[in-house]
Design a protein around this ligand. Sequence first.
Ligand SMILES: *Cc1c(COP(=O)(O)O)cnc(C)c1O
Length: 471
Amino acid sequence: MKFISTRGEAPALAFEGALLAALASDGGLLMPEAWPQLEASEIAALAGLDYADAAYRIMSPYLAGDPCLDDLEAVLEEAYDGFHHPAIAPLRQVGPNAFVLELFHGPTLAFKDLAMQVVSRFMSRVLLRKGARATVVGATSGDTGAAAIEAFRGLDSIDVFILHPKGRITDVQRRQMTTATEANVHNIAVEGTFDDCQAIVKGLFADRALRERLSLTGVNSINFARILAQIAYYFTAAVSLGAPYRPVAFAVPTGNFGDIFAGYAARAMGLPVSRLVIATNLNDSLPRALSSGSYEPQGVIATSSPSMDIQLASNFERLLFELAGRDAARVRALMEELRTTGAFGLTQGELGQLSDLFGAYSVGENETEMTIRGVFEETGVLIDPHTAVGIAASHQEASLGATPMVVLSTAHPAKFAGVVERATGRVPEQPERLRLRLGQHERCAVLPNDQAAVADFIVSNGRAASAGAGA
Ligand SMILES: *Cc1c(COP(=O)(O)O)cnc(C)c1O
């Protein structure tokens, strides 16, 4: 299996290359050259398997012919060993034909753990094989950074630099990152928004000299390995609800479009997914694109679901590539238009395909809180604000008939305890694993919204750089 760029001007890479490169060298995103297909009988055979075994069957076609295939079984075993639920990604019924898929049983209480625990292990094994070092640089709206730091802390071959928007993440999210004491972990609070942080990271990757000198690699959802690990739970959830014989719909709390794109990938592999609902908070560039045909990201609005306070959804480029019939020239033109004018328009054909499969709804702050309260009153279950956005959006999706709707529950309520308490009067219980992981002393550099300042910081604090500079 090879991975190709959405912009068509980068060499194709095997899985290992795609894992380490994160971003294609032409600035595009890497995509499998074709979607592996699972027969109905193969999907049916996933029923009853352990999560790691099911994930192996779904992920292995992408690793065919790559040295990482030999690591896959052990990587998955170890990655999910630290989860606090034997099902790893259990389903909970919250209404007639309505389910939440709990993706928060990992060490940092958000769904990012499901992929990050896999990606860090792959990277560490590859670097060990090559006797090389690497520098992970990532931007976070809160949860990616915590999951990355948890997954990479203490690793010998990798330094981690995580940028977060200063003052725009919750206390728990910040402390999960800044109280890590390991020397390979570096936190940077940028005086700007998540989109600013993401732009800096993209800029650092675009600097070829710096990228090579530091062996930069990324663990944001622009890394296809993240998406790949996330495809697995769409299959396990759908199979529990009757796939391949019965279609299933999903509603996904969306920011960077990585998680929901994994749902698209599952469908492209043969899973009967009848509908994918893009659930956003007030940062509504995707719902607006679906209703107007014009994608026009605006300024970021801070909400109670900060991990989705994103306007520029990087992974949307992957879907554009698909909507355009994999015409990389078309994607290049759209991305250039976005860069120069701040917007682009879809053709009727592209928009038609998009709305055939996807619904998209923006959920306001009040509605988010009302949903947390409503679910608690009806079922006694506490949900976090991101999950609430997903549930509220799923309610807007009419006429699904007998098709089950699965809402991805992307974070544990204790991670966003303030909002949950305001909505329900209940303080969600803090799982012990969170309390034990939060240290006392915080370590974090505050830097201006400036790529050069961040680059300097990484060069002077990273180990890969000093080794490279001396050579
Ligand atoms: C990252 C995150 C999201 C958004 O996921 P994307 O893949 O960026 O669309 C939603 N909810 C939570 C809790 C998250 O951490």
